[in-house]
Write a protein that binds this ligand. Structure first.
Ligand SMILES: Cc1cc2nc3c(=O)[nH]c(=O)nc-3n(C[C@H](O)[C@H](O)[C@H](O)COP(=O)(O)O)c2cc1C
Ligand code: SF4
Length: 470
């Protein structure tokens, strides 16, 4: 069944990387993954991070529900010492789906219970949670909010792909209204209020999510926007600078992190148009995108921004690329695409190598800033060896595990005790989880997501139900 991933040994995957010129190193000794590291006041016990992985399984008003509790418990018990809580909206109209978590006064105590359960499971499994760092990702989905998009800029490539009316399939046009400066000013206050709530209920850090074409990511590339939040670099970064200042005042003990796109890329279905626009001298088509070649990263502005955020107190940066709807092969290299996707236009190992290269470039520029690298799951049972090599060689601080954590949430304990993953539960990147995420024909307007092949107990039945409906 596999089309690209045929590797049975480290030697085979090393040879493939050499042939493809995919710069991925592997180290059999995985000890670097278990080196503690200091982040703010906390000595974090290992270099293994569970990435933010939404389960789309909250209640309609944004509280965690049974499956959310189950996921956080399993993540807590898994042994990774950095747990990056999933996308949680700061306002109801900024949710990406009708079951996304929402942090507000009414939901705070339920989300507090979620955190407690996660930490308690960690203590039971690992003996102590003194060296466990848990945070929450704060988000507004901007252009991808449901049911109504709230864009902050017009984009010649994404507008034609952004559906504004599901019943007619109508897409965005140049007349579609943008969020105004006053709306953004009010939204800054919502971010600060959500950060204060997260701090009060015990999260050690919040992530101001600036990735994957959601609102704060789109602002970074809002060159064509006029007014206070568009045009110059200073204006495009104003929102997060204001929020950072507000958090420093209102929640002085809270650590602040950010998940940041360092390369937006361009939508896969618009590559030819992107090349035409670039050839005609259009401004860079996104954040971190080279002006003359939209297929290439240009990290000048992202590095400048990371340097500035660091001076403003950001202590942890989770590096990522791409857009989950328009360029998923960049964000999560896969063997098979989800139903709304496309066949990989490059060998997925090249996608993994791109993740590693951009993270290494940031880490080289800021050797003592804590970074999380992304894009590991495609490497299947070999990701721990690539992670160990990246940590040992100073190309990242933490190894961030996304889909592979849905398939095997206890990967860190397995690595600690057995020295290797459980080979019967290794993510194969066949995208069932993304297919569930994209499925909306559920009574609550959204299917919950997890790993049908390797977490059959729950998601096997959910997957069968979805198939019967189709
Ligand atoms: C089901 C699912 C849910 C996700 N939820 C989030 C999220 O809440 N926030 C986020 O920043 N990224 C999210 N991602 C992206 C992952 O964190 C990760 O960056 C991506 O899957 C690539 O890493 P991997 O190769 O280890 O899977 C999600 C991905 C999947 C498949
Ligand atoms: S469904 Fe499971 S095996 Fe498939 S990509 Fe998602 S996490 Fe990996």
């Amino acid at each position: 069944m596999a089309r690209f991933f045929h590797f049975k040994s480290l030697e085979e995957i090393r040879t493939a990387c050499r042939t493809l010129r995919a710069e991925i190193g592997f180290r059999e000794d995985i000890e670097p993954l278990f080196r503690p590291i200091q982040i703010g006041p906390i000595r974090v016990g290992n270099r293994l991070c569970i990435q933010p992985m939404e389960g789309c399984d909250g209640t309609s008003d944004g509280k965690p529900d049974n499956l959310t509790f189950r996921r956080f418990e399993r993540f807590g018990a898994g042994g990774a010492k950095l747990i990056w809580g999933e996308a949680t909206a700061v306002v109801p109209e900024g949710r990406a789906n009708p079951r996304q978590l929402l942090l507000n006064d009414a939901n705070a105590s339920a989300i507090e219970r979620l955190l407690r359960l996660c930490r308690q499971a960690h203590r039971q499994a690992m003996g102590s949670d003194d060296d466990l760092l848990v945070g929450l990702q704060l988000t507004h989905s901007g252009r991808y909010s449901q049911p109504k998009p709230w864009p902050v800029r017009h984009d010649p490539l994404l507008d034609p792909l952004t559906v504004v009316d599901r019943s007619t399939g109508r897409t965005m046009d140049a007349e579609y209204p943008l969020l105004g400066d006053d709306d953004l000013k009010r939204l800054e206050e919502r971010y600060i209020a959500a950060a204060v709530l997260a701090w009060r209920i015990g999260f050690q850090f919040v992530d101001l999510k600036q990735c994957h074409s959601y609102l704060l990511n789109e602002l970074l590339g809002a060159r064509s926007r006029t007014g206070l939040y568009g045009g110059s670099f200073e204006n495009r970064t104003r929102f997060v600078r204001n929020v950072l200042a507000g958090i420093r005042q209102a929640a002085p003990g809270l650590l602040v992190a950010t998940r940041l796109n360092v390369f937006d890329g361009v939508p896969f279905r618009q590559i030819e148009r992107a090349k035409q626009l670039a050839a005609a001298g259009h401004a860079p088509l996104g954040w971190g995108v080279a002006a003359d070649d939209p297929m290439k990263p240009d990290l000048d502005e992202p590095l400048r921004w990371i340097g500035e955020m660091r001076r403003l107190g950001v202590v942890l940066v989770n590096v990522t690329v791409g857009n989950p709807y328009a360029s998923p092969h960049l964000l999560r290299p896969f063997e098979y695409p989800p139903p709304d996707g496309y066949d990989p236009p490059e060998h997925p190992l090249l996608g993994v190598a791109r993740h590693f290269a951009v993270t290494a470039e940031v880490q080289r520029a800021f050797p003592d800033l804590a970074l999380v690298g992304s894009g590991y799951s495609y490497l299947q049972e070999f990701w721990p060896y690539a992670g160990a090599d990246n940590v040992a060689e100073g190309r990242t601080t933490f190894v961030g595990i996304g889909r592979a954590a849905l398939a095997q949430p206890d990967f860190a304990r397995r690595l600690l005790h057995e020295g290797r993953l459980d080979r019967r539960r290794v993510c194969r990147t066949f995208s069932y989880c993304t297919a569930l995420m994209r499925a909306k024909d559920h009574p609550l307007g959204q299917y919950p997501t997890g790993c049908p092949p390797f977490d059959k107990e729950i998601y096997g039945g959910i997957w069968d139900e979805l198939r019967k409906r189709r």
